[in-house]
Design a binder for this molecule. Structure first.
Ligand SMILES: Nc1nc2c(ncn2[C@@H]2O[C@H](COP(=O)(O)OP(=O)(O)OP(=O)(O)O)[C@@H](O)[C@H]2O)c(=O)[nH]1
Length: 416
């Protein structure tokens, strides 16, 4: 493709030549130059300055057209990187062909005079942290924001690998995906947890794009990084808040389902046992009716505390419904689960509370127990525990009942 400046130059040259020819023709000079020369009253003196002005203008136009091309040819590799990155937007894959390097991007200045300075200033002071590494993964450039957010000085990072910022808390799959993407010439976007010089960890949202030289080889990687620690923190707070039961402060049903699914997958994968208890306060409606809603709330909180205090740290306790709790026991068999359920039942039966009138009252609870069987889905485990709980209630309450498997429609087998 012809360079736009070149096309304009050709057009102007042709225009000047035509104008000169027309001017001379109008003076009748070109066609009768011999006569003029011989004539005493020759117009020769008129068209010489005319021709000189035209030629001077022509020379200026040519100089105007050729100067930036000469200038750009002298520009170095960094001009090319910045010019291309700036013109196409840093973060986009770039094939740094000659034509694009020569372009002044529509500015009325040569690329290496205007663009290099402007683009470099823009990158140096950009609000996002920017890092450029070479093809061997060594850092060649970092901007001011990068230095501020990482806490390092330029001397401490230039020539080193970006691995120096790793916190060790980003999944290995994230890095595998990152390298596969950028080595295939595409932009990688994602979030990684990095470490500042002072040891603090922070979340960065990154866009890493490969730059190519004029042979099409990846020569550099440009990483544009934004510190998103605050946003991640807020998201995590909201996520946790959405999973907490406001009355008891323990996990709610959403929390339980998420954790239970995680534990079920772990049990499936590693062949470990997993027991699930479903515990429900007996005749709770009567407690509310006789002692008031506040006493009912107090009873729920006390049972929650009793469950939390009665299990191991790795066990998971949550409020599944009104006066119903689910307890997950990773690494625990049905027998182990039954022992714990019985212990909790006894502790709850020992609770004594006082209502607002000073009347004391006690509590009992029934427990349904299920254990993970290979291939079980979470819904099956919950349904089994629920069926066992129903049986415990129908057998008179204040007891523990276990069910091995309700899938075949067999009636639940009582443990107690
Ligand atoms: N105080 C209080 N009561 C609640 C809360 N959530 C649910 N409830 C009440 O708990 C009672 C549960 O009653 P039911 O489901 O009939 O069960 P129950 O009376 O315990 O009877 P069984 O489970 O068969 O022993 C209902 O009256 C609900 O209104 C709560 O957060 N606080």
């Amino acid at each position: 493709m012809i360079h736009p400046r070149l096309s304009l130059t050709i057009f102007l040259v042709l225009a000047f030549v035509s104008l000169t020819a027309v001017g001379l023709w109008m003076l009748d000079g070109v066609f009768a130059a011999g006569e003029f020369a011989q004539s005493s009253k020759t117009p020769y003196n008129v068209f010489v300055p005319f021709l000189a002005v035209s030629l001077a203008l022509l020379a200026m136009v040519v100089a105007w057209a050729v100067w930036p091309l000469l200038g750009t040819a002298r520009s170095d590799a960094s001009t090319q990187v910045f010019a291309d990155a700036g013109r196409r937007g840093i973060g986009g894959p770039v094939a740094a062909d000659r034509a694009s390097a020569n372009s002044s991007g529509g500015f009325p200045f040569p690329v290496n005079e205007y663009s290099l300075h402007t683009y470099k200033a823009a990158v140096d002071h950009a609000p996002a942290a920017i890092m450029i590494t070479n093809a061997r993964g060594r850092i060649e450039y970092v901007n001011e924001t990068f230095l501020r957010s990482s806490g390092y000085t330029r001397e401490e990072v230039i020539g080193r690998s970006p691995a120096m910022f790793k916190s060790g808390h980003t999944k290995i799959e994230v890095y595998t995906d990152l390298w596969q993407t950028i080595l295939s010439g595409k932009i990688w976007r994602g979030e990684v947890r990095n470490r500042r010089k002072n040891g603090d960890e922070y979340w960065e949202n990154m866009a890493i794009s490969p730059l190519r030289d004029h042979f099409g080889r990846v020569s550099h990687f440009v990483a544009v990084r934004e510190d998103v620690t605050e946003r991640r923190g807020r998201e995590e707070d909201l996520r946790q808040l959405a999973q907490i039961d406001p009355l008891t402060g323990i996990g709610n049903r959403r929390y339980l389902v998420e954790r239970a699914e995680h534990e079920r997958l772990r049990a499936e994968r590693f062949g470990q046992p997993l027991a699930l208890l479903m515990l429900d306060i007996d005749h709770f409606k009567k407690i509310n009716d006789r002692h008031g809603h506040a006493a009912g709330d107090e009873a729920i909180c006390t049972v929650a505390r009793t469950c939390i205090e009665g299990v191991r740290e790795i066990d998971i306790v949550g409020r599944y419904g009104g006066e119903e709790f689910v307890i997950l026991l990773p690494g625990t068999t049905l027998e182990g689960g039954r022992e714990l359920a019985e212990r909790l039942r006894q502790r709850i039966a020992g609770i004594e509370l006082t209502d607002s009138e000073g009347t004391s009252f006690g509590l009992t609870a029934s427990v349904g127990l299920a254990s993970f069987q290979k291939g079980d889905q979470l819904e099956q485990m919950l349904a089994s525990a629920d069926a066992a709980l129903y049986r415990a209630k129908s057998l008179g309450r204040n007891r523990v009942v276990a069910v091995m498997d309700c899938l075949d429609g067999a009636p639940p087998a009582d443990v107690q």
